[in-house]
Design a protein around this ligand. Structure first.
Ligand code: UD1
Ligand code: UDP
Length: 373
């Protein structure tokens, strides 16, 4: 029986987190030969995840530049993948989600007439600038993909509406849940003083992450104002803010929060410490996609710092609420959860609308069935 040759591409932190369990499962099956291609769209944030999952890229395009533009990421990734897919075409190219690394991987596979498998297919807001450019990245990936691995039934329905044939869509769960459950079960200790302070804090911990393009500048400063206000209102609160490497995030947050004695502004946390910080947190404020999927698994209420979400399942399950970036709305909702025990408990339900931790195994089985003849 012939080997199934796979090129798996990742570039950003969430690409690596969500592709790592898939790559690990494929690598452990004798029928598959996997080449891991890192675009390096993120440098440090990608590398730390790959190290955790003990993955070494076979090819590293190393495209990141400071303050990179969307066009630069696109052009540099397309050029790098073009050379690779032309000289040594695999049976399938796989990538996840909605990053520019992923969209360009699909495009490049298409140019070389290589089937593309889309992990985390079918998420939609149907608002093309929210989130930008992710909504359009994932929508443009759909017509190219041959295999659509939808995390939820709703994602499958979105794809069906777009006339993707039902027999090309599989509901697998989200591979990010495979990753987070695996990490949560590993032994963990830390010598990082900031993280130790957060994990040992006797009062309540609020965890904040923000990086979305729509929130750059004023909205992000508004978020910082809101959490300053919360710190003043609730004296037991400790705020942990692992800051994305994008310099624009620091420019918005540090001037307002940098000197506050109960705000810990840190470098991005490695994935394992971040998971433990989520588990310790009383409340999570975030504009991240992945964190919206992970927090419900731990029964952590999240206030989503956005006006739209492609992940409505958490909102419907009652663990997430869209609050946008208006400081009054953020303070009001957070204060309600911090003072009203019933309101808090209603949101603090552990549910897993995004997966059961076995999505990667399913993807491997499907690829074997589809490509293994
Ligand atoms: C990217 C994705 C976004 C995803 C996010 C996850 C696109 C267009 N955007 O956005 O969908 O939600 O990653 O975090 O694909 N930087 C570093 N080191 C790193 C990572 C980033 O220095 O390890 C800095 C660089 O200056 C870089 C900047 O951050 O130019 C922005 O990175 P980029 O990938 O362009 O955008 P993100 O906002 O990270
Ligand atoms: N994450 C992390 N360290 C941090 C912040 C987030 O490891 O300091 C993880 C988080 O658990 C989730 C993923 O990174 O799995 C989400 O990445 P990000 O918010 O950058 O991107 P998005 O999911 O919004 O595309």
């Amino acid at each position: 029986m012939a080997t199934i040759r796979v090129v798996a591409v990742c570039g950003t932190r969430p690409d690596a987190i969500k592709m790592a369990p898939v790559i690990r499962h494929l690598q452990s099956a004798p029928r598959f030969e996997v080449r891991l291609v890192a675009t390096g769209q993120h440098r440090e944030m990608l590398d730390q995840v790959l190290r955790l999952f003990d993955l070494t890229p076979d090819i590293d395009l190393n495209i990141m530049t400071p303050h990179q533009t969307l066009s630069e990421i696109t052009i540099r990734t397309l050029q790098g993948l073009d050379a690779l897919l032309r000289t040594d075409p695999p049976d399938v190219v796989l990538a996840q989600g909605d990053t520019t690394t992923t969209f360009v991987s699909a495009l490049s596979a298409f140019y070389h007439k290589i089937p593309f498998g889309h992990v985390e297919a079918g998420l939609r807001t149907y608002d093309k600038y929210h989130p930008f450019p992710e909504e359009v990245n994932r929508r443009l990936t759909a017509p190219i993909a041959e295999f659509h691995f939808a995390p939820t039934e709703r994602a499958r329905q979105n794809l069906l509406q777009e006339h993707i044939p039902a027999e090309r869509i599989w509901v697998t769960g989200n591979t990010g849940i495979d990753a987070v459950l695996w990490v949560a079960n590993q032994p963990f200790e830390t010598e990082d003083p900031a993280l130790q302070r957060a994990l040992l804090h006797e009062g309540r911990l609020v965890l904040l992450t923000t990086h979305r393009r729509e929130n750059w500048g004023e909205p992000m400063r508004q978020i910082a104002h809101a959490v300053c206000h919360l710190l003043e209102q609730f004296r037991d609160l400790l705020l942990l803010v692992p800051m994305h490497r994008n310099p624009l995030v620091r420019e918005a947050l540090v001037p307002l929060l940098g000197d506050h004695p109960r705000a810990l502004l840190t470098e991005p946390l490695d994935y394992a410490p971040f998971v433990h910080a989520m588990r310790k947190a009383t409340l999570i404020l975030t504009d991240s996609g992945g964190v919206q999927e992970e927090a419900p698994a731990f029964g952590k209420p999240i206030l989503v710092l956005r006006t739209t979400t492609e992940r409505p399942e958490g909102v419907e399950a009652g663990t997430a609420k869209l609050v946008g970036t208006d400081p009054e709305a953020i303070v009001q909702e957070a204060a309600r959860l911090l003072t009203d025990e019933d309101a808090y408990q209603q949101m603090a339900q552990a549910v897993n609308p995004y997966g059961d931790g076995h999505a990667s195994e399913r993807i491997r089985t499907i690829l074997l069935e589809q490509l293994g003849e």
